[in-house]
Ligand binder design. Sequence first.
Ligand code: FAD
Ligand code: NAD
Length: 465
Amino acid sequence: MKDISCKLLVIGAGPGGYVCAIRAGQLGLDTVIVDANKPGGTCLNVGCIPSKALIHAAEEYDRIAHLASGRNALGITAAKPAIDLTQTVAWKDTVVGRLTNGVSGLLKRAKVKMVHGQARFRDGKTVEVDTETGRQIIRAETIVIATGSAPVELPGLPFGGTVISSTEALSLTEVPDRLVVVGGGYIGLELGTAFSKLGAKVTIVEAQARILPQYDGELTRPVSKRLQALGIEVMTGAKAKGLTKAGGTLLVETASGSEASLAADRILVTVGRRPVTRGWGMEELVLDMDGPFIRIDEKCQTSMRGIYAIGDVTGEPMLAHRASAQGEMVAEIVAGHRRVWDKRAIPAVCFTDPEIVAVGMSPDDTQTSGADIRVGIFPFSANGRAMTTFAEDGFVRVVARADNHLVLGIQAVGQGIAELSAAFGLAIEMGARLEDVAGTIHAHPTRSEAFQEAAFKALGHPLHV
Ligand code: FAD
Ligand code: NAD
């Protein structure tokens, strides 16, 4: 097979790698991208998109089940729903297929060459790829590592049999009767809630004192309340130890130090993700590391000249939109543009019920920085749109500097609140002050009015509370 020489080689076609390659192609750089799997990476194939499809199906099912229960105030009656999970999964796969084909089309349009196979570094400028038709050598002036992350396996709970990762959970064809979720973080809560709505008896085992420990207690309270209403048992301060000899039962060390046994049809382990940095020759380059992640500077450059790294492989937050933003920036840097990572905030959204959004600094973050702040909170129980949609749990919280009212952070919890993340992000990125948010006309009746009201509240003159 003839060797390939190119200006830019991107390893990994997830949201980091494929965005980088598309932008590089648009800028006229001779670009090659390699992936061992379908383009789209974790996010499109076994992450963001399939999980949100499953969450949507579960919400629809739960809504109809609620109407069918006869306990709704709307005067609507409905028959008890049923679900054919095989069909749901097939629909999810169609959505995934449309998106991954779309990515292939975009890469083609940008004149990026796609090579399928596992890449392996030979040296800092050369990579070999085992393709279906043989070994392909690729030489590049610049290489971008975008190999992403993989689920963490617990020593006593190797994946296989009843013990599954999020990847298998997203393709189950039957709803398990009893599902134990180990890890009450992003994936555990998003998927645990979905399976509970579909009829599984769900138990969540979380090692920390609270679920979603990365968010403050005020933000997670409405989520805990909903988990309880759904009948999900949450064990906090509890560590998964392993399976009983016969299998099918999880041994847990509880907060009090005693041992509990949890019988389960499936045990979903969601205790974090690890960067994909080993087993493909990267170790031999001896790049500077930041713990398990590749160390990068404000241009995503690694310690070796001509090698960049982006996305999950570079650390927290492991989010698709961070990976894509890094990818877009690196493509422009390679094309000679002057760019550095100067983002003020990376929005985080947790698709729980209700959803959580966090952008910028929380009141707790400002305590460590010592900044003098003002905080305004507006509850959805005082928002007309929320009342008309049975979505009164939650609030919008705005954190601003006390002296000049510069908005430092915005957090919210509430139904459908994910869609406000762009407005929150824009306010912070544009350097908005409380007066800017309060002075922007927010359409009525929408949940977004709670954002404007939170700003009024922080300024000391709320209108609707
Ligand atoms: P990845 O998407 O992991 O892509 C890396 C690619 O590199 C893969 O396609 C892999 O096959 C390829 N690769 C690795 N090694 C090699 C090699 N040696 N040779 C060739 N190819 C290789 N994030 C959000 O922002 N929002 C969400 O709602 C969200 N939901 C999620 C739900 C789940 C269940 C999971 C698991 C993750 C979710 N994430 C979410 C996280 C998101 O998927 C990741 O942050 C994102 O995919 C990281 O992008 P990346 O480009 O860095 O890597
Ligand atoms: P996570 O870090 O969000 O949560 C892992 C949880 O497992 C933590 O709360 C931790 O305390 C707990 N834990 C660790 N060891 C344990 C043990 N032995 N027993 C019990 N609990 C234990 O990780 P995740 O849920 O696997 O998700 C991985 C990453 O994927 C996230 O950090 C996030 O970056 C990304 N993700 C994002 C979204 C989103 O943006 N909506 C959705 C899913 C995943």
